[in-house]
Write a protein that binds this ligand. Sequence first.
Ligand SMILES: Nc1ncnc2c1ncn2[C@@H]1O[C@H](COP(=O)(O)OP(=O)(O)OP(=O)(O)O)[C@@H](O)[C@H]1O
Length: 745
Amino acid sequence: MRVHESELDRERAVVAGLYDRLDALRAETAERLVRVRKESVGGNHQARSERDAFARLYEDQLVQLREVDARLVFGRLLLDEPVDGSDHRYIGRIGLRDDDQRSLLLDWRAQQASAFYQATATARMGVRARRHLTMTGRQVVRIDDEVFDEALLDGAGGSGEQIQGEGALLAALTAQRTGRMHDIVATIQAEQDRIIRSDLRGALVVQGGPGTGKTAVALHRAAYLLYANRQRLSSSGVLVVGPSSAFLRYIEAVLPSLGETGVVMQTLGELFPGVEATVEDAPEAGRLKGAAPMARLLWRAVRSRQKAPAEPQTIVVDNERLEVQPDLIQRAIAKAQRTGKPHNVARVTFVKSALSELTEQLAAQLRASGSTLDDADLKVLREDLRTSYDVRVLLNTAWLPLTPQKLLQDLYARPAWLAELTPRWSQAERDALRRDRSEPFTVSDVPLLDEAAELLGDFPGRPDPADRERERQRKRDLENARAAIRNMGVQGLVSAEQLADGFAEQVDRGSTAERAAADRSWTYGHVVVDEAQELSPMQWRVLVRRCPMKSFTIVGDIAQVASAAGATSWEDALKPSFKEAWRLEELTVNYRTPAQITREAERIAAEAGLPITPTQAVREGDWPIRRTSAPPAAGDRGLADAVVDAVEHDRGIDAQGTLAVIVAQDEVERVAAAVLARFGDAAARGASGLTRPIAVLTGFEAKGLEFDAVVLADPAALAAESPRGAASLYVAMTRPTQRLTLVER
Ligand SMILES: Nc1ncnc2c1ncn2[C@@H]1O[C@H](COP(=O)(O)OP(=O)(O)OP(=O)(O)O)[C@@H](O)[C@H]1O
């Protein structure tokens, strides 16, 4: 015991030294910031923009140094071979060095830090022992050791190999939930670490049952990839896609706590700039819109808007009546189509070709009536035709410039046109898409808008030259940044790209992340997709367009598919976009849900025929599943009242933790009203409930989230509402970290 005490003191002294170093760095950065800001406002534009860029860089560094304060250090390795004069190596959120550049703290993402997560007694990786440090504020409160080198063992024996840092892990797993996801750097397990550090290239699929840490792993992988491929990813960015804004809010603090702020997070409804879709389609419409043939349908829709008139058209130009044959327009259309360019771009060829033929026809007509025409006259004729109202109407009727929004609205609002395009569909299918022009776009419309944008190309008149100027400016910025780095002697501390980003912000005030999110043609260096089993083929197509290099981390659980357009196997989902070029990793340990609850959820899911991957829960819970039922005579009120009672009962056990009431869509508002009436401000309906003690959610909203306790209203209704059997019920049952109550009807 005494030995342990003195060890604790020793660690406290080391950790205090690390915090001193952090404070010194902060002070130094703050001082640099003040100095840069104070420098006289004079100088030319170039000098000012350089100073601003440095100021922004120091501000970012200060934010990062502040973010890493909590649990700055969490581990220590005892090494076979000393490094920098010490056989102790401390692992933390960031790397720290002393004035002589000796390593004091190793960034968890550094290659040498992988031993902290992966070493075992049988594969020691040069490690004699591993120590987990548990912190409260800046103070070490506990140490847990695992010894690998037999020479150090005095009969105590090494700890189990499957779970590492058991004490620290269990403390993290049973800690009360706050409605925000936390990072897991201190306790990443070996199977998770291998996935986190897997190569940047190609598509990596992480399949795992509920609570196996897929989301946690995906986010830590994003942080790791940004660290290990800083040059490549900092300018192109990383996109994280999640199912709902509630989910993104739940995970949004994880990356900043790992020191990463440049990641773009979007829901599937936000992938098309300018549209923020939150409404979901009815299952049948969602299925049709998500299916791969929709791409072909949109192609045909665009083609059908390139159409010669059925009859000859008479137009008047320069007081001459011209009879335009459908053939003439048809030839111009064919020529434009042969360019293979998008609709709005190919239209230029169409117009040119039609104008040439019309000019010839008009000239021939004038010559026939006795006029003589030279080249200059022909030019004038062509210009007269180009500016003629009749010609404009004629050409626009045959080939009108289109926006993606207009194309899609027309498709849904003009049943006759849709019918023409879908000869093999049933009338019921066509009716499912029917919609008024004024209705907002749905989440399933977003990939269709993107597909349409691809087929249509830029709308004429959009600022294209600005892009070229921006490119030239970027080159100048990079050169200036390199020069500035040399002048200030900060080589190695900042990359030219980072600094040039700072210059660019000067112009459009946007970080890489903001610019990427606003630009449909932006291509990311890496894309992380969470809850990927829900994605439709059309959604996959958008994501691959956002990252043509196909560097993806795809995490999900095929058994949790709730949407009608989601995948039934990873092979089917990925084949169209990735062919065979993806690799699969599986996670099998459930870190969230206690064993009793996991077993019951898996039993129900298996009975309903869901293809679940059974998980191994790391712990037994302290509470059995509780079942109550609503008195049948009380009707709808009965369920709401029984739910309120169940919540009250659970608050009696723990009034501090987070609790979710999960309800089928049809009943959620009624139950929410009763819960809010009883618990007032302590409860809220929807995503805003995530920062309150009690949240009332639908099965869909609860996806990916977790709570200390869950009260599930009417499990049968929840099971019935999902197009894929009991998926929604399975998801709901696997949300609690401690207690589950089932309120049956
Ligand atoms: N190595 C770990 N150390 C500490 N906590 C962990 C670890 N791995 C996972 N967890 C915790 O387990 C819980 C479940 O993780 P996560 O939400 O990533 O699972 P998931 O596989 O995405 O689940 P679901 O499919 O149900 O959404 C989270 O609270 C997470 O922090």
